[in-house]
Design a protein around this ligand. Structure first.
Ligand code: G3P
Length: 229
């Protein structure tokens, strides 16, 4: 039995959504075909890695899933506003991803009033999470792996955010980002997070279990013996 030190959410909400963290359309198509994919998150690093046209990538993904985060690259309010309004016109499934800065908060507040969905990225503290939610973010993205990388407790941050969310009426969904292994997804679900975004190589590990493979092999072998009789 795994010892779990965080307080597990006592209520329950709708099933935690699973997003793929990628800018690769083929990966989205592959995982979407399983029937278990709710959305996609992209960021400028992932888009740069693929080297494809940004708008084309986002539009193709919007045909595969109902929620696709497209990140602004401007860092000032006016620039974010211009980019975000353009992205939102591309497709109804676009969610404008905005960095957690004071300029970003202004942009989120503006987009919220215009009915444009937002995902506030690069969240590393509970105070940032609360400010983004109060500004009207649709989604916030705390980065847990990057906190673990600097010897802080990424999942502990999710536990604290979910504890605050359970005491107050924030409408904003908590998306666990920068996940690095399947256990992160299970822990996020146990804490009541609304969404986890998952890199392709981690998502591919989720359906696998050695005992499933061994069990299936045995079923097939036994069935072959019957059919030979
Ligand atoms: O997309 C945001 C986030 O998930 C990035 O993760 O692994 O670069 O810290 P990572």
């Amino acid at each position: 039995m795994t010892l779990f030190s965080y307080k597990v959410n006592e209520g329950y909400s709708a099933c935690m959504k699973l997003f793929l963290d990628t800018a690769n359309v083929d990966q989205v198509a592959e995982i979407a075909a399983w029937g278990t994919l709710d959305g996609v998150t992209t960021n400028p690093s992932l888009v740069a890695k693929e080297g494809k046209d940004f708008k084309d990538v986002i539009l193709k993904m919007c045909e595969l899933v109902s929620c696709v985060s497209a990140q602004v690259t401007a860092t000032d309010f006016e620039g974010m506003k211009k980019q975000g309004e353009e992205y939102a016109k591309w497709h109804k499934n676009v969610v404008v991803k905005v960095p957690m800065t004071t300029e970003g908060l202004k942009a989120v507040s503006y987009f919220s009033k215009k009915g444009i969905k937002t995902n506030v990225t690069l969240v590393f503290s509970v105070s940032q999470a609360m400010l983004a939610a109060k500004a009207g973010a649709t989604i916030i993205s705390p980065f847990i792996g990057r906190l673990d990388d600097i010897a802080e407790d990424g999942m502990g941050l999710i536990a604290e955010i979910m504890a605050v969310w359970s005491q107050h009426n924030f409408a904003t969904e908590v998306l666990v980002a920068s996940t690095r292994h399947p256990r992160h997804i299970v822990d996020a679900a146990m804490l009541g997070a609304h969404i986890a975004t998952i890199p392709y190589d981690v998502f591919k590990k989720l359906p696998n279990h050695n005992l499933t493979d061994i069990g299936l092999k045995k079923f097939q072998e036994d069935w072959e013996k019957v059919s030979k009789k």
